[in-house]
Design a protein around this ligand. Structure first.
Ligand SMILES: [Zn+2]
Length: 511
């Protein structure tokens, strides 16, 4: 099947060319490339006859043909991800254009037209659309084309080699975000090929610059070309995924909330001079003193409602001690031992406080030169509900010294409700594999906020199931994805999209 649309106009340039003649009989097809369509244009009365034949004689075969060949989908997805990982797109510099061109070629081979946009030379975003019937508003399948960097010496497999070993595909971006893009692109191709038309347009949007804040990617696209998305109702993005717990239970973590970044630059001033003759409190010493106060500050641990909902959902699946702890986390953390135990796991700790990570340090470049100024950058992440002003005030009180504080990055906190047909569709699909869904809070941030700021329900959910071991490798060494999960992820995504079309009829949720 070929789906071609003149992107940007919202109108088909060439109509659909169904793969089977009897589809033309059943559906409206006016393509000049389609023999059956031309025949029917000449003899319109024949449409009914052919339609009847299709319905009564061929329907059983058609239904069988509509089924997706998951084995082939799986192996195609593996090949796609391997080739895609080999297209290096480390940001900086990004050079997403190479990734965009690769994907455009892939979509073209699968009969899906795409368009590439550049915010700056080489900084590309790609949009591809699989047309739905228009009964529902579009769904955006969001992902980003850039990756973080690598130190190849630390890797046990070449980071851009996409080698497969022991059932894992290794490479930078294997999960974040080339793995996600693969699942989304392949789901579109599989649906397109099946001949099924969903109620909604599926829009693949691969953006530039996510790893550096998204200003040249999703932020730019939403500001300049938002109309091309045609009033979408939902966005799927990274941010949550399926997790396999120690006892084998599968949890789908779907995120509607993220912590907000509040990146700060601290600058201390002091008398400059020669290293041989110290002149009192230097800029570097003043900065170090401030940082030490921050390091040893009293931590403010609290359980905000969004986080409470997450642990309460986890509690349902736990037994014994953990069940009690998660059911009322705030109360459990009043106990000193429990609190220490809980905070020892960094992933948990980051959910109960606004965190501060010291990252960039800059001062003199010469051992014998005392610099006039020294600076440090702090990567702070605020809990939902905490305002930047409130946070800054308490930081100033902690430092209690003349230190300049500049805000490098911040945006308003946004969130998406989980009371939606899409969330319920995810729950129904989860129930089929005896998994359950929990609404989690993302510790980092993604491009989701650009869409949430537009009022679009945006969920962080990559439909692959990963062990914590895999999650830890993202942005780290030996990033990898279980090959079997690619196929499984595509299948889950296709089922969720079909389930959304089927509507809210059933509410079967695994208990
Ligand atoms: Zn990512």
């Amino acid at each position: 099947m070929v789906v071609r649309r003149a992107l940007g106009t919202g109108r088909p340039r060439v109509d659909r060319v169904p793969a089977r003649w009897f589809e033309c009989a059943k559906r409206v097809c006016r393509s000049e490339l389609c023999f059956t369509a031309q025949f029917l244009a000449k003899y319109p009365a024949m449409r009914r006859v052919l339609g009847a034949i299709a319905s009564f004689v061929l329907l059983p075969f058609l239904a069988a043909g509509d089924e997706i060949d998951w084995t082939s989908v799986s192996s195609e997805a593996t090949a796609l991800l391997q080739e895609y990982v080999r297209v290096e797109s480390v940001n900086p510099p990004g050079n997403e254009i190479a990734a965009a061109r690769y994907l455009a070629g892939w979509f073209d081979r699968h009969g899906i037209e795409s368009q590439i946009f550049e915010s700056e030379p080489g900084r590309a975003t790609i949009l591809a659309r699989l047309e739905g019937s228009g009964k529902g508003r579009p769904i955006v399948l969001l992902n980003h084309l850039d990756t973080v960097g690598v130190n190849p010496d630390e890797w046990s497999h070449p980071p851009f080699g996409a080698e497969i070993s022991d059932g894992f595909l290794y490479g930078r971006g294997a999960i974040d975000c080339k793995g996600m893009a693969t699942v989304e692109a392949m789901a579109m191709a599989a649906i397109g090929r099946s001949g099924q038309r969903l109620d909604r347009d599926l829009i693949f949007l691969g953006t530039a610059d996510e790893e550096r804040g998204g200003a040249l990617g999703a932020g730019w696209f939403v500001a300049k070309h938002f109309d091309l998305l045609g009033d979408p109702e939902f966005v799927f993005n990274e941010g949550g995924h399926g997790r396999r717990l120690a006892d084998g239970t599968v949890v789908y973590e779907v995120s509607g909330v993220e912590k907000t970044p509040y990146w700060l630059k601290l600058t201390a001033k002091g008398p400059p001079g020669h290293g041989s003759t110290p002149r009192g409190m230097s800029s570097v010493e003043r900065l170090v003193r401030a940082l030490e106060k921050i390091r040893t500050r009293t931590r403010r641990i609290r359980v905000v409602p969004e986080v409470d909902v997450y642990y309460k959902a986890l509690a349902k699946r736990e037994t014994g001690e953990l069940r009690t702890r998660y059911s009322d986390l705030a109360k459990a953390l009043e106990d000193k031992t429990t609190k220490a135990e809980f905070l020892a796991r960094a992933e948990d700790a980051a959910l109960v406080e606004s965190t501060i990570s010291m990252t960039v340090l800059k001062a003199s470049t010469k051992t014998n030169v005392v610099p006039a100024s020294a600076s440090a950058e702090l990567d702070c992440r605020l809990l939902p509900g905490e305002t930047p002003d409130e946070f800054l005030q308490s930081l100033r009180e902690t430092i209690d010294d003349e230190i300049e504080i500049e805000v490098l990055l911040n945006f308003a906190p946004t969130s998406s409700s989980i009371d939606t047909p899409l969330y319920r569709a995810i729950e129904r699909v989860a129930a089929r594999e005896k998994a359950y869904v929990v609404p989690n809070v993302v510790r980092g941030f993604t491009d989701s906020h650009f869409f949430r700021e537009k009022g679009i329900t945006t969920y962080g959910f990559v439909p692959v199931v990963l062990a914590d071991e895999e999650t830890r490798r993202m942005h780290g060494v030996d990033e990898r994805v279980p090959v079997a999960e690619l196929g499984a992820g595509i299948r889950r995504l296709v089922e969720i999209l079909r389930e959304l079309d089927a509507g809210d009829g059933s509410t079967a949720v695994a208990e």
